[in-house]
Design a protein around this ligand. Structure first.
Ligand code: ADP
Length: 733
């Protein structure tokens, strides 16, 4: 039977069936058993649970009962074991029919399993047949041992491949987030757990790293690590903790969870970088393979994490260097404080990625925000110096490094969501002039490295602000200088213009003078000639004319002398208090007879209580006399000349005013602009044919202006002219 079974099994195994299955099947069919049940040895639990059933009949045996009794005994005795029908009472013999025969399977003295053959109806089994069955069972044990070994090898090869892939993937990642993700995925691919978590450890605190369950990456952990829980215990001890049944473990006491969990430290040398927890939602005995795989993965991941951290540090260092370089660039480019601050803040934020960067400058007892990107366009924020972390830095001249603002008693919530803050003083000549402030939304989001970097930047910024202030002063100074130079230049230009004007006037004056002198002189020469050559009876007329021309010449020279003396500033003014009323009256009386002879009616209306004026009596007299002479000369017979005084108020200012009005020829509108210019003689003088110099009014204007007064002309509505002299009352002047 044995050889037949072996040959048949070998043929079946050739056809693709496993040798153990073929042998078990052959043993069942050749012994005529209803069915054969194969039990496989579990070395870890030291039991042999049911594995497979062979044969054509339906087998109703209770496998757990068999495992506990027949199988267990056969394995421990290492002998075949028979089971007899229940009604059998007397001691069995070799020919007693059996219902079941259990054959232990051993290989190299180690249990592999057992096969139980069931007989219905029961039949006796000869010693010969039993030995033959034992022979086949021996081969079955060998085949099983080999297949188990092959399976284990195959599984290990698969695990190794999976590990190799995980390891390749882990070491190729430079971001810690990617490392964690790959690690969790590889773990759950290799181990049929329900979820896996990684928490990162900084030597003190655990922070969430990554989580995976339900076939995907999760954003939040199932729950945060408890201070006295499994994760902290693994992180602090650096040792793995395996809990096959959480219900029975003190760490999970009081928790409604009946599962299994393993906490693996992620270690590089002595340093624990994090903890990976792998959990099952039912009790689970972690076998050696699983522990080995988890250990390998954890080691790989720890190295990859460390690399990622190094990479991050290098990147950070690069960012810092680049920030410093950029800030240096900004600092050397910008000489205007506001633009400088704005750009520095922009650079720090851009290169280092802090969400909040602000610069405050001290103004009196306040700190004024000068460059926050957040509040652009709003009124600048002002903080009192005695409040907040920024205020403390300004007062104490000490940088503040606050990893958790919630723990700082001085923190005043300004920006919702800020968790970490660094504030560094800006100084000028040893005095705090401001504060550079940086905030992030992550708890512990800022480190000592940030503090060092910001301190460096603050130093640069301080120098830059000082430069900008110097530049500002320099520019102001330059502007002032420019303004002064401009003013002086325009003064010079004016002076030059005045000088040129003066020179033009002088030339004009000389021309005019020569012209004016020539007329009376040529007349005089003519009449002197006539005295010699003309009719003797007309000599008297010639002499009269000569006399008149001489008079005119004298008058002209008199006037010119007055003018040139006034121009040269050599006229001696002798100011005295003068009452205009008697002065005017005397002048009129002197001329009344002459005027009346020329057919003019004259009157004088003085105002009472006229204030005195302070002036040079002779000069004022000369000016008023000129006005009276003109009125007389330029008014036809039958006309009138009125003289009056009054106290006039203009724009709230008092003036002593004397007017001389006539009903004469008047001054043409187009001539009025030149009326007071030197040598101007208008159409009136021509039509009246009167002698004159054209200097009288211009002298009067100069005289009055020198006394703080003025002279004006007004055309009278009813025809004729009105000239008026205005002088300040003596008390006012
Ligand atoms: P003169 O009388 O010697 O010509 P003035 O300087 O006194 O010089 O006067 C300048 C000119 O003003 C006169 O030539 C005349 O044309 C005009 N003028 C002065 N007073 C009167 C007046 N009362 N009525 C009309 N024209 C006048």
């Amino acid at each position: 039977m044995a050889w037949e079974a072996v040959r048949e099994a070998a043929l079946q195994a050739d056809a693709g069936k496993s040798l153990s299955t073929a042998l078990a099947g052959q043993l069942t069919s050749l012994t005529g058993a209803l069915c054969g049940q194969l039990f496989l040895w579990d070395d870890y639990r030291r039991v042999a649970p049911h594995f497979a059933t062979f044969g054509t009949g339906k087998c109703e045996a209770d496998v757990e009962e068999l495992e506990a009794t027949l199988v267990a005994q056969a394995l421990s005795s290492e002998q075949p074991l028979r089971r007899y029908p229940n009604q059998h009472s007397a001691g069995p013999t070799e020919s007693t029919p059996v219902v079941a025969l259990a054959l232990p399977l051993h290989f190299s003295s180690r249990p592999v399993g057992a096969i139980v053959l069931h007989f219905t109806p029961p039949r006796p089994i000869e010693g010969e047949e039993e030995r033959s069955c034992q022979g086949v069972a021996g081969l079955l044990a060998l085949a099983l041992a080999r297949e188990i070994a092959e399976d284990a090898q195959q599984r290990r090869a698969e695990e190794l491949e999976a590990l190799r892939r995980a390891s390749l993937s882990l070491t190729s990642k430079l971001e810690s987030g990617d490392v964690l993700e790959v690690m969790l995925k590889s773990t759950l691919d290799l181990i049929p757990a329900s979820d896996a978590h990684i928490f990162l450890y900084d030597g003190e605190r655990l922070t969430f790293g990554a989580a995976r369950w339900a076939g995907q990456q999760q954003k939040e952990p199932h729950s945060q690590p408890r201070e006295d829980g499994l994760t902290y215990s693994v992180a602090r001890s650096g040792k793995q903790v395996v809990i096959p049944e959480t219900r029975l473990n003190a760490l999970f006491h009081g928790q409604d969870w009946d599962g299994a969990i393993i906490g693996m430290p992620l270690r590089v040398g002595q340093r624990v970088m994090g903890v990976m927890n792998v959990a099952f939602d039912r009790p689970h005995r972690f076998n050696d393979d699983e522990l080995r795989i988890l250990g390998l993965l954890a080691d790989q991941a720890a190295v990859a994490l460390e690399n990622a951290e190094r990479y991050r540090q290098v990147e950070r260092r690069l960012a810092e260097l680049s920030a410093l370089q950029q800030v240096a660039g900004v600092v050397s480019r910008n000489l205007e404080t506001q633009a400088l601050l704005r750009e520095v803040v922009h650079q720090i934020r851009g290169v280092l990625g802090y969400p909040v960067v602000e610069v405050y400058l001290v103004e009196g007892e306040e700190l004024v925000q000068r460059s926050a990107l957040e509040v652009q366009g709003r009124d600048s924020l002002r903080l009192p110096m005695d409040r907040g972390i920024v205020g403390r830095v300004a007062r104490s001249d000490q940088a503040a490094f606050v990893p958790n603002v919630g723990e700082d008693p001085d923190y005043v919530e300004g920006r919702p969501g800020s968790r970490s803050e660094i504030a560094v003083p800006l100084r000028k000549g040893g005095v705090v002039i401001g504060v550079l402030n940086v905030e992030t939304a992550d708890l512990l989001g800022l480190t000592e490295a940030d503090l060092r970097l910001l301190t460096l930047i603050a130093d640069q910024l301080s120098v830059a602000i000082e430069n900008a202030a110097l530049y500002e002063r320099l520019r102001q100074h330059r502007d002032e200088l420019e303004e002064a130079v401009e003013q002086r230049t325009s003064e010079l230009a004016e002076a030059l213009q005045r000088a040129e004007q003066a020179s033009r006037i002088k030339t004009q004056f000389v021309n005019d003078v020569s012209h004016e002198l020539r007329t009376p002189l040529s007349n005089m020469r003519l009449y002197v000639d006539l005295l010699e050559t003309g009719k003797p009876e007309r000599r008297a007329d010639y002499l009269k004319t000569l006399d008149r021309e001489t008079e005119r010449l004298i008058q002209l020279i008199e006037d010119m002398l007055t003018i040139s003396r006034m121009d040269a500033g050599t006229v001696a003014f002798e100011p005295q208090l003068v009452d205009m009323n008697p002065l005017a009256e005397a002048l009129l009386e002197d001329r009344r007879k002459l005027m009346e002879e020329r057919g003019l009616r004259v009157d004088f209306r003085p105002v009472k209580n006229l204030p005195l004026v302070r002036c040079d009596n002779a000069m004022l007299t000369q000016s008023i006399a000129n006005l009276l002479t003109n009125a007389m000369l330029y008014t036809q017979a039958g006309g009138e000349v009125h003289m009056a005084t009054e106290l006039s108020v203009e724009d709230g200012v008092q003036w002593v005013k004397l007017s001389v009005a006539d009903t004469g020829l008047g001054v043409r509108e187009e001539e009025r602009g030149q009326l007071f210019e030197r040598f101007f003689r208008g159409s009136a003088s021509r039509s009246a044919g009167t002698p004159g110099t054209g200097l009288g009014l211009s002298i009067a204007r100069d005289v009055l202006e020198r006394h703080g007064g003025r002279i004006t002309y007004r055309a009278r509505d009813q025809g004729g002219s009105e000239f008026a002299v205005w002088l300040p009352p003596a008390a006012r002047g």
